[in-house]
Write a new protein. Structure first.
Length: 476
């Protein structure tokens, strides 16, 4: 009964998150309430669930806490949930959140100092087809270094400078969404779902790049090729002018360039830091943020004549971090953790293994689902359903060949990163990049469905096909 209740609460929470723009309730609020309710249900049902789901862990916990021997069984279960399961889950969740906070702060620092103007100033072509390809590829690689949401904002700001007709701008903006999602999928720091898998140790940096860059590139090339066939001629410049090259007062063009260079370099060095030190990625991003902080403090220390009120120090930028997004991730990750602790995800994994038993079909379905439901909870659920397999234990499993897909840097995790990231492009509401574009350009949901969804789906499926070909040819 309690398991069914937990599933019902999670589904209701999902519906409210998916219909955020209809119900006008922030998805962060829904995620936080959902996670709390799920843990409440679980802790009151723990006595019945733990013996069948976590008997080994529970026994080890009691051995490590002999003082609990005199307590009732219910109290022992409560302590197991509060002192072990929640603490462990919160630690894993905090790693993801700290990484995101650090990365978002560095990107905001670059943006607020005009660093991204270096990119927008250099695109001058008026040919529609040529511009489409340029924007798609710039977004693809920018998203791999930054994040898909920031890349989408920067590129749409550029579109407003170049394209007058809003319907034509919608086509370009839609391709930006596709390119941003595909670009983030193959980089360990490009998309929040890939970050989650990297931080949790499911994948490592270099192998994910080598295995997914070609499928991700194909998922952009196919839609761009289709879109370019319906775009002809020369663009008419907008009738209005906006100062897109504006920099903060007191910041020179050279200083903006240096902040861009330092910020991007530090972000690129995060995977290197992890490989060399073996410390978790959030330590690397904290190091990067600290160095960026020191750099900007030195910059402003030299500007003695500059008013303090217009100095964009890190302490000021931190006040503008998108906390609702951070809280949404907290709520949704803790919600999924509750389902995992209750054994629901393991049960679902077992059902998929019995009924489907094909990692390509499973991941392809997850990708399609991510166009409707946020990809963060989907990846969190998948990583909860399928723990990383121990290579030494694989040989003694019932199906060792299938189990190999789930070891660290296994084929399942690569394809999950691709499908969850790229599949979100199929619908405009399927990704953070799509929601941002929808808000900035007022893109109609049905227009995107009729004009873009099919080409995005074609690119998505083509990328899956390329990945399967890579596996068949033994590329990795």
């Amino acid at each position: 009964m309690s398991i069914s209740f937990m599933i019902a609460v999670f589904v209701i929470g999902y519906v409210f998150i998916a219909l955020e723009h209809k119900v006008r309730v922030d998805k962060a609020a829904v995620a936080l309430v959902t996670s709390t309710v799920l843990w409440v249900i679980y802790i009151f049902s723990a006595g019945a669930i733990i013996p069948s789901v976590s008997p080994g862990e529970f026994s080890l916990f009691l051995e490590a806490h002999p003082d609990l021997a005199s307590h009732s069984y219910f109290e022992q279960c409560v302590r197991f949930v509060t002192d072990h399961q929640i603490i462990e889950t919160l630690g894993e969740t905090a790693e993801v959140l700290l990484f995101l906070i650090g990365a978002m702060t560095i990107v905001d620092l670059i943006d607020i100092h005009g660093g991204f103007n270096f990119i927008t100033e250099r695109i001058t072509t008026r040919n529609k087809t040529k511009l489409l390809w340029i924007i798609a590829f710039i977004t693809f690689f920018m998203s791999a270094l930054l994040d898909n949401m920031t890349s989408t904002i920067v590129m749409i700001m550029l579109l407003r400078k170049l394209i007058a007709n809003y319907k034509q701008r919608w086509i370009f903006a839609s391709l930006i969404v596709i390119a941003a999602n595909s670009g983030g999928a193959w980089s360990p720091i490009g998309d929040v779902t890939t970050i989650m898998l990297w931080v949790k140790g499911n994948i490592t940096a270099v192998p994910i790049i080598k295995s997914l860059i070609l499928p991700s590139l194909v998922s952009v090339v196919i839609p761009t090729l289709i879109a370019s066939r319906i775009l002809h001629g020369i663009l008419r410049a907008p009738d209005y002018t906006e100062d897109f090259e504006k920099r903060p007062a007191g910041i020179t063009k050279g200083e903006s360039m240096r902040i861009l260079g330092v910020g991007v370099f530090l972000l690129i060095m995060v995977p290197v830091f992890k490989s060399v030190t073996h410390l978790p990625p959030y330590m690397g991003i904290m190091m990067a943020l600290g160095l960026m902080w020191i750099y900007t403090e030195i910059l402003y220390k030299r500007k003695k004549d500059m008013e303090e009120s217009i100095k964009n120090r890190v302490a000021k930028v931190l006040k503008h971090i998108d906390m609702p997004t951070i809280l949404f991730f907290l709520g949704i990750l803790m919600s999924v953790a509750a389902l995992q602790s209750a054994g629901i995800l393991n049960g679902l994994a077992g059902w998929l293994d019995d009924r489907v038993h094909n990692i390509y079909a499973i991941n392809t379905m997850i990708g399609v689902m991510s166009s409707v439901v946020d990809n963060v909870p989907l990846v969190a659920a998948a990583s909860g359903m399928y723990p990383v397999a121990d290579p030494a234990a694989v040989t003694v499993m019932a199906d060792p060949q299938y189990a190999l897909y789930f070891v660290r840097d296994g084929v399942f995790w690569y394809l999950l990163a691709y499908c969850a990231g790229v599949g979100g492009s199929i619908l405009i509401i399927g990704s953070a990049a799509g929601v941002v574009a929808m808000g900035l350009e007022k893109i109609n949901f049905m227009w995107y469905l009729k004009n873009i969804s099919l080409m995005a789906f074609c690119g998505y499926i083509a990328g899956v096909g390329v990945f399967m070909l890579e596996v068949w040819l033994g590329f990795f």
